[in-house]
Design a protein. Structure first.
Length: 478
């Protein structure tokens, strides 16, 4: 996210209030743009279909397919994006940007191939129509591609284009859905997905065009990035376990007594999924604040500390920079936690007042409140693991995300079956994750001098990985 961080810093440091407001707005679009706008569009679409009194069977199969595409596209690409992000950062740092564009092609190809195999296996015995299977698969594929493109977008510096791309795609989707289901009268799930596909395809095309304008050279080393799966295996498992953890409690409920089968294909639990869907919106401000504050304010002190080490400053100056970095980090984490706490209380108030108008029962509102409170701890855990990655603490980060994934799934099953409580498993897992993340971060920061000065190899020697040798053998790598 370095390119974005530098540009945000220029905006955020300006005294003009509207410039700082633009920094928050741009970071919102860049950090959570695809996810937030997708959620916003799906929510608006759901309300529109309720207004049209779409048959319950069509509504259920639409929401089920959307949820599956949204969740499993992130699980599919989560680990891949973390690995490719490190690859792109390294290639950019080494001024080998000719590798970047080719890696984008390779990453998309791998995600599409795996997604195609998964879709065939998933839909193999489904009685849904071939047309519906095809258009929902296309939506799943478009989301997978957009998650990957969003990582490459972080290197772009033209925020106005990024904002326009997302908003234009969403508006086109909204207009298509309105036109197909309203004036044209195609009131079915297939028509809605057709509108979604057109808009999200447009987003993917526009993002790809802008990436082409920035990274113009393609050296056709499409799968060189695969070597990073071997060089940095923890990154893949961090991304995978992170997204499994986010949705592990949903999957656990799907396996319980509250689950239903929709269209003889989708296993879901709307009783639980709907309040969780709204509760997770409360996490988005934390992601935005992380980008603006830590990518700008904290990065300055972080760069100063390591800059003094690399430039051979006296130990006293290095120690002073380290203390300053600690102070800034402490203040920024405290600020983020306080703001997120205010957001949590706001969501609790809004949920109690307005969710009944959306058809949620009192039990579902109780689940919403528990998950919103858990999301506050989840936002802290996410902050901790992103900071750990800042210091390249991959093993600690994997331990944190993997522990959360296991706890989120197992504690939800235990809370359902033993206490008949829904949402408690996610709350306890998030609380444990926040505590564990804090302890890991404090421990690693206390050992930062040893890690920086003593744990690095005296002489670094680039080794050829087995993956690299295999790619050369088959002719996919020069």
């Amino acid at each position: 996210m370095a390119g974005i961080g530098f540009q945000l810093k220029e905006l955020y440091n300006q005294s003009n209030f509207f410039s700082q407001l633009r920094a928050y707005g741009y970071s919102a679009i860049t950090a959570v743009g695809p996810m937030f706008l997708t959620i916003l569009l799906i929510t608006a679409t759901r309300e529109w279909l309720l207004y049209l009194e779409l048959p319950a069977s069509e509504m259920n199969v639409f929401m089920a397919a959307v949820q599956y595409a949204f969740i499993f596209s992130q699980i599919l690409t989560g680990g891949l994006v973390f690995v490719v992000s490190r690859y792109v950062a390294d290639q950019t740092f080494m001024e080998k940007e000719e590798n970047v564009l080719s890696s984008m092609y390779g990453a998309i190809a791998l995600a599409v191939f795996i997604g195609f195999i998964a879709a065939i296996l998933f839909y193999w015995s489904s009685p849904l129509s071939l047309l519906y299977k095809l258009i929902t698969y296309l939506f799943f594929t478009e989301l997978s591609i957009i998650w990957i493109l969003s990582m490459y977008v972080s290197a772009l510096k033209d925020f106005k284009k990024i904002v326009k791309n997302y908003l234009l795609g969403i508006l086109v989707s909204a207009f298509m859905i309105w036109g197909l289901t309203g004036p044209l009268g195609f009131e079915n799930a297939s028509a809605v997905f057709l509108g979604l596909n057109v808009g999200f395809f447009l987003i993917a095309i526009l993002l790809t065009r802008d990436i082409f304008s920035y990274f113009q050279i393609n050296n056709k080393q499409y799968f060189h990035y695969l070597t990073y799966f071997e060089k940095h295996p923890y990154l893949f498992f961090i991304g995978l376990s992170y997204y499994i953890g986010l949705y592990g409690h949903n999957i656990a409920v799907w396996l319980g007594d509250r689950s239903i089968v929709i269209g003889e294909t989708f296993l879901m639990a709307p009783y639980y999924d709907t309040p969780v869907f709204y509760a997770y919106l409360s996490v988005l401000p934390a992601l935005i604040l992380f980008m603006v504050t830590l990518e700008t304010t904290f990065y300055t002190s972080y760069k100063k500390y390591y800059g003094r080490i690399l430039n051979g400053f006296p130990l006293q100056d290095i120690d002073s920079a380290r203390q300053e970095m600690y102070r800034v980090l402490k203040l920024e984490i405290l600020f983020l936690a306080q703001v997120q706490l205010l957001v949590t209380f706001a969501f609790l108030f809004i949920g109690v007042r307005f969710l009944p108008f959306l058809g949620l029962t009192q039990d579902q509102i109780d689940i919403f409140m528990i998950v919103v409170l858990g999301s506050w701890f989840l936002s802290l855990m996410i902050t901790m693991f992103l900071i750990l990655l800042y210091f390249d603490e991959r093993k600690s980060t994997f331990l944190l995300t993997a522990s959360y994934a296991v706890l989120s799934f197992t504690l939800t099953i235990a809370a359902m079956n033993v206490l008949n409580l829904y949402g408690a498993g996610m709350f306890i897992a998030s609380l444990a994750g926040a505590i564990m993340g804090s302890r890991l971060l404090v421990s690693r920061l206390n050992d930062i001098d040893y890690t920086t000065f003593c744990s690095q190899p005296i002489i670094y020697k680039e080794s050829i990985t087995r993956t690299e040798r295999f790619l050369k053998r088959i002719g996919s790598l020069d």
